[in-house]
Design a protein around this ligand. Structure first.
Ligand code: URA
Length: 314
C-alpha cells in the first residue's frame, strides 16, 4: 500500500503562498517513474531523452517531477491553479520563464521560483529509519547498490539523510527536508549525542575502554570525551556502548582500530532524545511532535508529522 506523507496542516502564509516545495517524489528509481514518460525537457534532457535526464540507467533514480506537480506538492495550490500560474508566466526555472506545466523539473538540480521567490519547503518531514546493513546512505549509487531511499519509496517528499551511517552500520537514521534541523543535529557544536552498540573483534581491557572515554588521537585530531559502558564480554569479544557528541567519518570504527581491534558489528541506537525503541529493522516512522520538541525549539511553520506506528517494510 502506498503511504503518503501529506499533512493537512500548515496554512499558506498570508498573501503569497508560503513558498514551499515538497520536492516531492517517490524515488523515480527501481520501480517508479514519472507518469509523463514521453515528455522531454526543453533542453532535450527530459525522461524521454538520452544522456543526462535521458532514458539511460542514470535516469532511473532522478527526482523528476512535472512543474505543475512541484508547485502543487509545494502546497501552493491545486494542480489546476498551478497550471494557471505556469501558463501566466509566474514560474521561473533556472532563470527562464517556463509556461509548460508538464516541463520536467529535476528536484536536485533545478531552481524553481514562483513570482520571483524561490520555493522553499513548507511541509517539514522528519522521519526515523532503522537502516539495515547493506544500504548506502546516499541518494544514488553508480554501482546500483541498495540505498536508504529504497526503504522509503512510499514517502513522496524528497528528504535527505541527517548525517551518514556506513554501509556496514545499521541503526537509527534521521531523514528530513529541514536543512536547519539537519545542520543542528549534525553540527559538532550542537553536541547532540549519538549512541552506538559495538561488538569489538577482541576482548577489550578496562584501560582500553578508558582510552575511548578519554579521547583517542585520530588522523583528524583527538576525539572528544565519550561515554563508554561495557555491556558484556563473551569468550572472544567485548560488546560495549559508546556515546559520541561528534560525528566524524567512520569515527567509532577508527577509534576501535586505534586500540588494535576492529568493529564486527555497529548499531546506532540513539540520536539525542530518540531511541530505536521497537522500530523493526528496515522500517521507518515519522517523528512525533513530542520528539521534535525534545530536539529543541522548532522553526516557524515546522510541523512534525504525527502518523503513528512503524512503517515501511516490517
Ligand atoms: N561511526 C562509524 O564508524 N560508522 C558509522 O556508520 C557511524 C559512526
Amino acid at each position: 500500500m502506498t503511504r503518503r506523507t501529506r499533512a493537512s496542516h500548515g496554512a499558506p502564509a498570508a498573501g503569497r503562498p508560503s513558498h514551499s516545495v515538497g520536492a516531492s517524489r517517490s524515488r523515480p528509481g527501481r520501480t517508479s517513474r514519472p507518469v509523463h514518460r514521453s515528455a522531454k525537457r526543453e533542453d532535450g534532457s527530459g525522461p524521454g531523452a538520452k544522456g543526462r535526464g535521458g532514458s539511460g540507467p542514470g535516469d532511473e533514480k532522478r527526482p523528476l517531477k512535472t512543474l505543475e506537480r512541484v508547485l502543487s506538492k509545494a502546497g501552493l495550490g491545486s494542480r489546476v491553479e498551478a497550471r494557471r500560474w505556469i501558463h501566466a508566466g509566474r514560474v521561473i526555472v533556472n532563470g527562464r520563464t517556463i509556461e509548460d506545466p508538464d516541463h520536467w523539473v529535476d528536484l536536485e538540480r533545478d531552481r524553481v521560483q514562483f513570482d520571483g521567490r524561490p520555493l522553499q519547503t513548507r511541509e517539514r518531514v522528519y522521519l526515523l529509519l532503522y537502516k539495515p546493513t547493506g544500504y548506502l546512505t546516499t541518494y544514488r549509487d553508480p554501482q546500483q547498490r541498495p540505498t536508504v531511499y529504497d526503504l522509503i519509496r512510499d514517502v513522496d517528499t524528497f528528504i535527505s539523510p541527517v548525517g551518514r551511517l556506513d554501509l556496514d552500520t545499521s541503526g537509527l537514521l534521521l531523514m528530513t527536508n529541514d536543512s536547519q534541523f539537519a545542520e543542528r543535529v549534525t553540527n559538532p557544536d550542537s553536541h547532540v549525542p549519538k549512541t552506538y552498540l559495538v561488538k569489538a573483534s577482541i576482548r577489550l581491557t578496562d584501560p582500553q575502554l578508558q582510552h575511548l572515554r578519554d579521547g583517542i588521537e585520530l588522523a583528524d585530531g583527538p576525539t572528544r570525551p565519550a561515554h563508554v559502558v561495557r555491556i558484556r564480554d563473551s569468550e572472544k569479544y567485548t560488546h560495549f556502548e559508546i556515546t559520541l557528541t561528534e560525528g566524524r567519518n567512520r569515527q567509532v570504527r577508527r577509534m576501535v582500530e586505534a586500540l588494535g581491534a576492529t568493529v564486527l558489528k555497529l548499531v546506532r541506537v540513539r540520536i539525542g532524545p530518540i531511541g530505536i525503541g521497537t522500530l523493526p529493522i528496515g522500517a521507518w516512522r515519522m517523528l512525533t511532535p513530542a520528539e521534535m520538541r525534545m530536539f529543541g525549539p522548532a522553526r516557524r511553520r515546522t510541523v512534525a508529522r504525527t502518523l503513528s506506528g512503524p512503517r515501511g517494510r516490517q
